[in-house]
Design a binder for this molecule. Structure first.
Ligand code: ATP
Length: 241
């Protein structure tokens, strides 16, 4: 394991029980502190690849090493302490009747107790600008705020790597700005970011590296300028999710 590498993927292939292979021989390295956007058409394999980064899926062939941990050798709750994963639909990740309880939930699950829980919840509510909705039911809030809560409930574990699947889909303009400002702030503070997105304007504006997936493989990998200079990438990747 090389120091300074957040994710290392070697010859990764994966098939769901039905259907064609979803990943076909992926090789990839992501350095600590990078801001990577994962783009590509619907069904290209972005979510399947990202789920391998925190052990939600385990390689059928090949290896995934994240923050020095081979995902085959660690269970998912253990990996979740270092690698945060925010699902495409935040509502799959909301379990509690208030925002505060929602943030406490993940900490309790991870074995934190008492004061540590309160300190971390306060810290993240402040960091994410969600203090005003501490006592509010998550489902009384809009989609953009629910997405922020899903991110916040992952941040309480202070992940080194944050994987975010479509964080702005369905949000209004203000919600998109808030979410991207938060992701940008985390990146500036040193968190490694992997963002799946179909919004090419946001990708061009925020990501430092763009990885294009096509049919279970990486078809392009470079700076936004390099990748978007390639004809067809924009029209293929900017599909509605
Ligand atoms: P999207 O942009 O629509 O989210 P994606 O690039 O994230 O797409 P994946 O969701 O990784 O693509 O899907 C890759 C392939 O695996 C597709 O052919 C998809 O139909 C298939 N697939 C995804 N999830 C499952 C599942 N749970 N069971 C069976 N096949 C699946």
């Amino acid at each position: 394991f090389e120091k300074g590498i957040a994710v290392e993927v070697k010859d990764l292939s994966y098939s769901y029980s039905s259907g064609r292979p979803a990943l076909r021989g992926i090789n990839l390295k992501i350095q600590s502190g990078e801001f990577v956007a994962l783009i590509g058409q619907n069904g290209a394999g972005k979510t399947t690849l990202a789920k391998h980064f925190n052990g939600l899926l385990k390689p059928a062939a090949g290896e995934v090493i994240v923050e020095g941990m081979n995902t085959l050798k660690y269970d998912t709750p253990e990996l979740a302490k270092t690698i945060g994963y925010v699902f495409q639909n935040p509502d799959h990740q909301i379990f509690s009747t208030t925002v505060e309880k929602e943030l406490e939930f993940g900490l309790k699950n991870a074995g934190y107790k008492g004061r540590e829980i309160h300190e971390r919840v306060d810290e993240v509510l402040k960091y994410t600008g969600l203090e005003h909705c501490r006592s509010v039911h998550p489902f009384s809030l809009g989609k953009g705020e629910r997405q922020m809560i899903a991110v916040a409930s992952v941040l309480v574990l202070r992940p080194k790597l944050l994987i975010i699947d479509e964080p702005t889909t369905g949000s209004d303009w203000a919600g998109i700005q808030r979410m991207m400002a938060l992701i940008h702030k985390l990146h500036s503070a040193g968190t490694t970011i992997v963002m799946i997105s179909h919004d090419m304007d946001l990708v061009a504006q925020y990501a430092k590296r763009v990885i294009v997936m096509q049919d279970g493989k990486i078809s392009l990998d470079g700076s936004p300028q390099e990748v978007f200079a390639n004809e067809g990438v924009l029209s293929q990747s900017a599909l509605v999710p």
